[in-house]
Write a protein that binds this ligand. Structure first.
Ligand code: GLA
Length: 512
């Protein structure tokens, strides 16, 4: 087509002809063609962008390509329609399960107007994509994995770590000022004295990397070293978060290909704890490869010579409890994310029985952080939460706003008698020893021949539990103490009856 023909064309077509002539549109992109690399950039509250890349190829009515969004990378499996209105279905394997997504949209001038949802019943999210340079947002090539070896024990957290983590309450809203004021609260409200020490920043502190590949903080964290110094001056320790993948779960910069460099950076800032979250690694590696992937950072942390607790977060996949310690892990998540809800907390907490043999001093099962004080459970339910986590020898990472909690919540979090169970030196995780309907008894062996005994009632109504001590492994005539009422109990004889409140717990300690 010659430019002089343009009189016979409409205005839009004329613009396209001119653009073609000016080389603005490549030969690949003919009008009405979805082919190309498209990006949606959504500004986060910290100067970084959440990006979605659609790399599309349209041949007639068929659309192929990939969609990359935060930690996920999908291949388009099928479509209907074309530039004037399309539906794309895409899928990826996430471990052993398939994850699907649907995008609907249409070409509108130089923009793609799209809406997406994961399930038909979800409310669609609307967005606008613009053209991006070819290759931008492409998934990086897969790095080779090291041969497996045993990473030496770093000697840390001989009892389960205690502290606070930003995610459950603050998610993407965590910033320097919040972390400082949380550290202030923890240092002065009795929590530090009760054993809480780690102040852990979760996802969304990251920006990109500088020209040398050094990880950068976004504007919510202007100076991580200064923040670490501040937290250390309070007698507390600072934790941080990353992913072995190119992206974290919230879509921020991960440590992929920069593991040693990031470990050195953390050490230079004065970081004491790393939570390392699988997230974007799922786009490059299978679950069977997790051990080698996690070993890279385990080695890197040791190499810094700084004591840094290594917390594995991969949702309990690939039986992590069998190899978590071998990659230098001090704790490993055993389940998906907890929510501030009775169902979520109890589903997680009561499912840990079979994992007891894998917990040991320095290497803990992690049923996720505490929701105590976040508001959607009752005080009794939060008491059960702390009791169960202590029976499980679980990390105690508070997840609420420590600056504004009610005294009743602080009292739960700082119940030293229950915390003493969690922190018992023997390092043995407790087990279920009795169950009848919604009532369960769990015990945990403690040092000095003592035993923690928790009577749990998962029903909404109060329930009376009657047992023979010998049926739950308690022999002789031990001393008994109620760890929530803080009082001794007279020996009741060979049988014991206790009424446990609905969604509640009675927790005792028996000792010689
Ligand atoms: C995952 C983890 C959470 C939290 C978020 C942050 O979901 O399991 O604990 O770290 O990522 O994006």
């Amino acid at each position: 087509m010659k430019i002089k023909d343009k009189k016979r064309l409409g205005f839009g077509a004329a613009v396209i002809v001119l653009a073609l002539a000016a080389g603005l549109i490549t030969a690949q992109q003919t009008p009405g063609d979805l082919t190309g690399n498209w990006v949606v950039r959504t500004l986060n509250n910290d100067g970084t962008f959440r990006t979605t890349y659609l790399n599309l190829k349209q041949e007639g009515t068929r659309i192929t390509g990939t969609i990359r969004v935060t930690q996920f990378f999908y291949h388009i499996t099928d479509n209907t329609g074309g530039a004037e209105g399309f539906t794309l279905n895409a899928s990826m394997m996430d471990g052993r399960s398939e994850r699907k997504v649907q995008y609907e949209g249409k070409l509108a001038g130089n923009e793609l107007h799209i809406s997406t949802r994961r399930r038909p019943q979800d409310n669609p999210t609307q967005m606008v994509a613009v053209r991006a340079p070819a290759g931008e947002g492409a998934l990086p090539p897969r790095n080779p994995l090291p041969a497996l070896h045993k990473v030496p024990d770093n000697g840390l957290v001989r009892t389960p770590p205690m502290g606070w983590n930003s995610w459950n309450k603050f998610a993407g809203r965590v910033d320097d000022a919040t972390v400082r004021s949380i550290a202030d609260a923890m240092a002065t409200n009795g929590m530090k004295d009760a054993g809480y020490v780690y102040v852990n920043i979760d996802d969304t502190w990251e920006a990109g990397r500088d020209a040398q590949g050094n990880i950068l903080t976004n504007k919510k964290f202007p100076d991580m070293k200064a923040l670490a110094d501040y937290v250390h001056r309070k007698g507390l320790k600072l934790g941080i978060y990353s992913s072995p993948g190119p992206n974290t779960c919230a879509g921020y910069e991960g440590s992929y290909g920069h593991e040693e460099q990031d470990a050195r950076t953390y050490a230079s800032w004065g970081i004491d704890y790393l939570k390392y979250d699988w997230c974007g690694a799922r786009t490059l590696y299978t679950d069977d490869e997790m051990q080698a992937v996690y070993q890279i950072m385990g080695d890197a942390l040791l190499k810094t010579k700084r004591p840094i607790v290594y917390s594995l977060c991969q949702y309990g996949r690939n039986e992590v409890w069998k190899w978590g310690a071998d990659v230098g892990g001090n704790l490993w998540r055993t389940t998906g994310d907890i929510r501030d809800a009775w169902d979520s907390m109890t589903r997680i907490g009561f499912s840990q029985n079979e994992l007891a043999p894998y917990a040991r001093s320095g290497h803990w099962n992690d049923p996720d952080m505490l929701e105590i004080g976040n508001g959607a459970m009752t005080e009794m339910e939060y008491k059960l939460h702390l009791s169960l986590w202590s029976i499980l020898a679980a990390p105690l990472l508070a997840g609420n706003d420590l600056r504004s909690m009610r005294p009743e919540i602080l009292a739960i979090l700082t119940n030293r008698e229950v915390i003493a169970v969690d922190q018992d030196k023997l390092g043995k995780q407790g087990r279920q020893v009795w169950k009848s309907g919604d009532q369960e008894i769990w015990t945990r062996p403690l040092s000095g021949g003592a035993t923690a005994i928790a009577f749990f009632n998962r029903a909404a109504e109060p329930a009376k539990i009657t047992i023979k001590w010998t049926d739950i492994g308690i022999s002789g005539k031990p001393r008994l103490r109620d760890l929530w009422l803080h009082q001794n109990i007279a020996w009741p004889g060979p049988e014991y009856s206790v009424t446990v409140p609905g969604h509640g717990v009675v927790m005792l300690r028996s000792s010689k």
